[in-house]
Design a protein. Structure first.
Lengths: 743, 166
């Protein structure tokens, strides 16, 4: 080790015996303690910077069993498996031997939200470095016991081995609080060329239970004495109860309790179907005063560009040269739904004033803060345990369901309460992906090169996640309601509405303005890729419009404006593997499209080429095939990465071709799969090919959200190529395509 | 009391006859696999097999399945001894969140029991009622093709699937 182990000062002062072990491992420490205070040391990488103790990440028991801890959650993205691969690789133990504990306010580090494609970058990096440093500590301890230089020892399959064959299992070596030491800034990481577990397509650890009926989801929790709750939500935002006949519902078979707190209304029954019937009865027994407060659904462009906004120039370079051919275009995105297949669910139990909530929240700690505030209790009396739910793709109803469960469980001390939302509640009340407008203007010089670029984006914030109680429906609906927190634009470089608004291409003159709209006519929050979905759709559609105007092949046009070597490589690979030819002509009624982005301008690189078929009679589009190239830095699990990109392309295709939340002046009207249609098997592509460019030893870039924007633009460009008509308003529906063809 | 045959076992169910089969399976029989997705028969997450046919358990009242053979994902195989179709889904890593997968497998299983060599078009048409939100469709299709091959090579008479699904 090239720097001293930093010990926990409290434990050092308390004189913990096991620390002596750590002490003796690091002779440099003795010298260092005597030295005058040094300037602040560089922080260890990833989430270790906020949770530096090694045993926050890796625990080794005396019997040799090893547990990995992560504050991130499994959302179906395969993070559990990736974290185990990283830990097993750096610890030199068998992958199958490890256990893992995920997000739990009692057991794991506070890693904020599992969001932004940051899990491998934050938590994976922390686990990688913690595991490497634990391995070094174990080697040092073995060296001490064997009286051999550490350099002569090696690790293998959970043990340290001496040149003469003597072996210590990790469990034999670890003692007391030996791993309760702070991580150092640098770790001796393995040479990627020697990887045996990372960069291998290991099978995911969660899939066997999911395909055999194991208890895999929060929906599957059954606690002794558990009761079933259903919520009766208001029919629209802001609706107030004017009358509610609770007594009649409480007489129904199986009903345990009706819980009412202001406009929060729920019914609890012994059996699930009794709860459903009681919910229906309670709903019928309640009248509401509603207010018409929603904007016109077909007028979002005007609504968004006329609502008060805070305008900020977020990027400016060069001057605004008005030369050559100038193009302008406006693109819009409607409100879109996460649309989890399983409506939100949570289980809560209040025992002796301590509340436990099992939830599919993406942020156990922030959600705990919100629930504690709502219940007006100290956060320490509330424990949140993440249990996987149906895929969420951002901030859906999971946090709200957790708050619902806690509020109801408080009214039934000791009794575990399971709350299950209905399909209609999920689609009416989840916080949607915000509607957006972008306006682009660019000029081409005589050489067919972009000489100036103007980009404006109008958007709400893209995160209203808890932190405060007021983020959650239950707290908003209580008799003493919590105010919805003021929305804030998410800061760059990651950004929210302006995520990926700054071009990754090199333009001599460029200006980007973010119009942040504080008013939120519809409930909104984070949805996979945030503003990057629409901004990349806009930029990459407009790049094709400019390429067409310049008479340059779209792939060549992109390369002409891009310096970044890794970006150029994914573009080139996607084009080659697709069979992209300059001057190509797609077969009749088909089109080819291309798009590229580096997610957040700092995460994974992704390029997607697609072939789309358009039925010119009906306007119906179908993605026939897509070819993607992805550079996500060091790959942990190639098949997991491919699975994520395949999913991103298909999900983004569904958003792009079919999806928009519908509403009248008062209510959300897209409340099931008939009124909010998504992709079905009849429109699934013939093939999707994902090609990975691995970057051994480079930082993990995170890739779960990287495909959303490029997929949308690639498909839009292919539709334009097929029809000769450019569609700029999402979704690119059959009706709109037909309208454009006939125009 | 209603008599219900699930995965080869007979149960006496104390629930109202209008109770959807889904809740009987999940609550009375403590079976996890069939999932609540919509309660409207629109998404297929609750799909089980009744007398050889794929059925949406969220809109099928208990009354209508009394005395019939119900098979859920649990009846096909286990983690330690997965049925061919379960093996196929594991080998193809055909899940992301996996919430829809039980329904996908049951509908595909019902198809493969009737048509051991379906075409790609037939599989797509059959799976039309089932929604997946993660975008795992390509893998699901591959897994069903793989399952068809595995089921042909497996000794059909000894698989749990064949014993329990009638």
């Amino acid at each position: 080790m090239n720097a001293p182990v930093i010990l926990d000062r409290r434990r050092l002062l308390a004189g913990g015996g096991a620390l002596v072990v750590s002490f003796s491992l690091t002779p440099a420490f003795a010298q260092d303690t005597a030295a005058p205070p040094a300037p602040p040391a560089p922080k260890p990488p990833g989430s270790l910077k906020d949770a530096p103790f090694l045993d926050s990440w890796i625990r080794i028991d005396a019997d040799g069993s090893i547990t990995v801890f992560t504050g991130k959650a499994e959302l179906g993205q395969g993070f559990r498996t990736a974290a185990l691969q990283i830990a097993a690789e750096e610890l030199d133990v068998a992958f199958e031997s490890l256990k893992i504990v995920t997000a739990d306010t009692k057991l794991t580090a506070n890693e904020g939200y599992t969001a932004g494609s940051n899990s491998t970058k934050d938590s994976g990096t922390a686990i990688q470095n913690a595991a490497a440093q634990v391995r070094e500590l174990l080697i040092a301890e073995a060296a001490r016991r064997l009286e051999l230089p550490a350099e002569t020892l090696k690790t293998e399959n959970g043990g340290v081995i001496a040149p003469d064959g003597r072996r210590f299992g990790y469990g034999d070596l670890v003692a007391g609080n030996m791993l309760h030491v702070e991580a150092q800034p640098k770790s001796k990481l393995k040479d990627p060329a020697s990887y045996k577990i990372m960069n291998r397509p290991l099978q995911r650890v969660d899939i066997p239970a999911k395909v055999t009926g194991g208890a895999a989801y929060v929906q599957d929790i059954r606690l002794p004495g558990m009761v079933h709750a259903r919520i009766v939500r208001p029919p629209s935002y802001g609706a107030q109860i004017t009358a509610c006949d609770i007594a009649a519902v409480e007489k129904l078979t199986g009903v345990v309790k009706v819980v009412r707190d202001g406009n929060f209304l729920a019914v609890v029954a012994g059996k699930e179907f009794q709860a459903i019937k009681a919910m229906q009865a309670l709903s019928a027994a309640t009248t509401w005063q509603e207010t018409a407060g929603l904007p016109k659904q077909d007028d979002l462009l005007r609504v968004l560009t006329t609502l008060p906004s805070q305008d900020k120039t977020i990027f400016e370079q060069g001057s605004q040269a008005a030369a050559g051919k100038t193009l302008e275009a406006t693109y819009t995105r409607p409100y879109q739904a996460h649309g989890s297949i399983g409506p939100s669910c949570a289980v809560a139990q209040s025992v002796d004033g301590a509340m436990t909530v099992w939830t599919h929240t993406q942020g156990v700690y922030p959600d705990r803060a919100g629930i504690a505030e709502m219940l007006r209790v100290p956060p320490a009396s509330v424990r949140l345990i993440h249990v996987e739910g149906s895929g969420c793709y951002g901030h859906n109803g999971a946090d709200d369901a957790a708050a619902d469960a806690a509020l109801i469980a408080r009214a039934l001390p000791g009794v575990p309460v399971r709350v299950q939302w209905t399909r209609e509640q999920e689609q009416a009340w989840e916080p949607f992906g915000p509607a957006m407008v972008t306006r682009l203007k660019a000029s081409l010089d005589g050489d067919g090169t972009i000489s100036d670029w103007n980009f404006e984006v109008w958007s709400n914030t893209h995160s209203m996640r808890p932190g405060g109680a007021g983020s959650m429906l239950a707290a908003q609906h209580m008799a003493q309601p919590f105010k919805v927190p003021d929305p804030k634009p998410l800061p760059l470089p990651e950004g929210g509405g302006d995520r990926n608004a700054i071009p990754f291409y090199k333009f001599p003159n460029a200006r980007v303005v973010h119009h942040f709209i504080p008013q939120m006519p519809l409930r909104i929050s984070a949805m996979r890729a945030l503003g990057a979905y629409h901004n990349v759709f806009s930029i990459e559609s407009f790049m094709d419009e400019l390429a067409l105007a310049a008479g340059v092949d779209p792939v060549e046009f992109r390369l002409k404006h891009l310096d970044d070597a890794r970006g150029r490589e994914v573009i080139t690979m996607a084009a080659q593997r697709f069979g992209w030819q300059k001057g190509q002509n797609a077969p009749r009624d088909r089109g080819y499209g291309f798009a590229f982005a580096r997610y957040k301008n700092l995460a994974a690189y992704c390029a997607i080429a697609s072939e789309v078929e358009v039925n010119t009679e009906t306007g119906r589009p179908r993605l026939v095939r897509a070819v993607a190239a992805i550079d996500s830095g060091q790959v942990v699990n190639p098949d997991g990465l491919i699975n994520q990109i395949e999913g991103a392309i298909i999900q983004s295709m569904s958003w792009t071709l079919y999806e928009s939340v519908s509403f009248d002046d008062t209510r959300i009207t897209s409340t099931d799969w008939q009124t909010y249609p998504i992709l079905r098997f009849n429109a699934v592509p013939d093939s999707i090919d994902v090609h990975i460019i691995n970057r051994p030893g480079q930082p993990f870039l995170g890739s779960g959200e990287t495909g959303q924007g490029p997929a949308a633009a690639s498909i839009a460009n292919a539709i334009a190529n097929a029809t000769g008509k450019r569609l700029r308003d999402l979704p690119l529906t059959r009706k709109r395509i037909k309208g454009a063809i006939d125009a | 009391m209603t008599t219900l045959k699930v995965n080869g076992h007979e149960h006496q169910i104390d629930a109202d006859p209008d109770t959807p089969l889904l809740y009987v399976l999940r609550e009375d029989l403590k079976l996890n696999a069939a999932k609540f997705g919509c309660g409207l028969g629109q998404c297929g997450a609750c799909t089980v097999i009744v007398d050889g046919n794929a059925v949406l358990s969220c809109v099928t009242p208990l009354l209508l399945v009394a005395g019939k053979q119900v098979t859920t994902l649990e009846g096909l195989g286990t983690v330690t001894s997965p049925a061919p179709i379960q093996r196929a889904f594991i080998e193809e890593q055909a899940a992301q969140c996996g919430y829809c997968i039980s329904g996908m497998i049951m509908r595909a299983q019902a198809l493969l029991q009737k048509n051991s060599k379906p075409t790609d078009e037939q599989i797509r048409a059959e799976l039309e009622p089932n929604l997946c939100r993660c975008g795992t469709h390509m893998r699901i299709l591959r897994a069903v093709h793989r399952a068809a091959k595995l089921m042909q090579t497996a000794d059909a008479s000894t698989t749990r699937a064949e014993r329990s699904v009638q």
